[in-house]
Design a protein around this ligand. Sequence first.
Ligand SMILES: Cc1ncc(COP(=O)(O)O)c(C=O)c1O
Length: 485
Amino acid sequence: MASTTSRRLNVDNINPHVREAKYAVRGELAVRSEEYRASLAKGDASLPFEQVISANIGNPQQLDQKPLTFFRQVLSLLENPVLLEKPDVLLNHLGYKPDVLERAKKLLASVGSVGAYSASNGAPAIRQSVADFLERRDGFSASQADIYMSAGASSGVNTLLHVICAHEKSGILVPIPQYPLYTASLSVLNAACVPYLLDEQKNWGTDLATIKASHEKAKAEGIDVRAIVIINPGNPTGASLAEADIRAVIEYASQERLVILADEVYQTNVFIGEFISFKRMLRQMQKEQPGTFDHVELASLHSVSKGMVGECGHRGGYFELVGFDPAVQAEIYKFVSIMLCAPVIGQCLVELMVNPPRPGDPSYELYDAEYSAIFNGLRERATALHKAFEQMEGVECGAPQGSMYLFPSIHLSEKAAAAAAAEGRTPDEFYCMRLLEATGVCVVPGSGFGQKEGTLHFRTTFLAPGTEWVGSIVKFHNEFMEKYR
Ligand SMILES: Cc1ncc(COP(=O)(O)O)c(C=O)c1O
């Protein structure tokens, strides 16, 4: 093997912007948790727990969420179309319903083979199906020409940020706390992240005065602020934005000529109130005040990764553009073309997500039962976890509103902070590391998402089945608080 010194690449000469990017969701704690998982699999009995719970990432099927049957039955036929030559076996022996076969044939007619590249922005029939869904969802028209299929929402965000950020003074307003895709991508692009704090006292809603203050400060520093990111429902906060907040953001974006990037991947994970899309609200405001909001540029993103679908390994998503200059849209098309196309099987999953079985369809009953069971299970687990947090000393957590996470604040003693500093960690990292070591439960420290100075949090998903792990967090917490009193 060549010696290290003979390698052309080392960590000091690679792209420094990649080196500087931070992504805590899969950081040190996650790596340690995987090491524990491997040790347990080898029969290591020295650890104080029997399983690792990956509550650090919204990865539903890793945590036993079952795929929706209709979706997987259709996919099985797309991957292996010769099965369609045996309808008797499918219908009478494998329990496939006629609408499964019909949908598979329709999708195959649209894409040819899932092993072939599609159009760069996605198969036209699938984009049309997305546009139809948006019309049903919002009550306003949508065009397939404005839909871009993507490999999950992440690749859509990557595309949009690449096109929006022209130089290192290009700035994007990003909520704090936020899903670190945004800060990490901006680091890689060497563009400016302009953080604005969400309001914990208002259940993590947006606060316009705070947005304005961050924006003004950035402008004064010479940053060319071009867009604002909104994550609704929120990650890591779980917050579901109220109509007034959405209107205020659109009005501000309109006045300040900011592109709105609405990350709506958790749109079906809503427990309190209803999901209101930015597209619907923008169209509503355009109708109410003709001419005032016509120039607003909005990109909204969705994905098969979350919700009751939970197919994040399939990498399917899309974004819709509203109000963009056609010449810019052409450059976006060229950018996605460079990557050829989103995975075609993922595109088909998007089609199934936006056009699931309807009442009266042969597959509807099972689909509805599975979907409701997942939704109710998530809500029950969120409530149980929230109850546990309410009992924990020094922990505060708003009622679960949506998405897949709770983001409690924790108050730790000076003694705990000093012990953390001695290890070169922030107090929340220290707490999360001790939690992992004691219980096998992996969560993410609030510092991984950004948090108001002087506050500490951690984020946990409520995807993991069972309640034992919740009990183990409570027990750990009590012992930790005693130890560092
Ligand atoms: C707010 C938010 N946006 C985007 C993503 C990425 O999703 P995808 O799997 O569709 O790339 C996630 C994943 O957790 C997320 O939480």
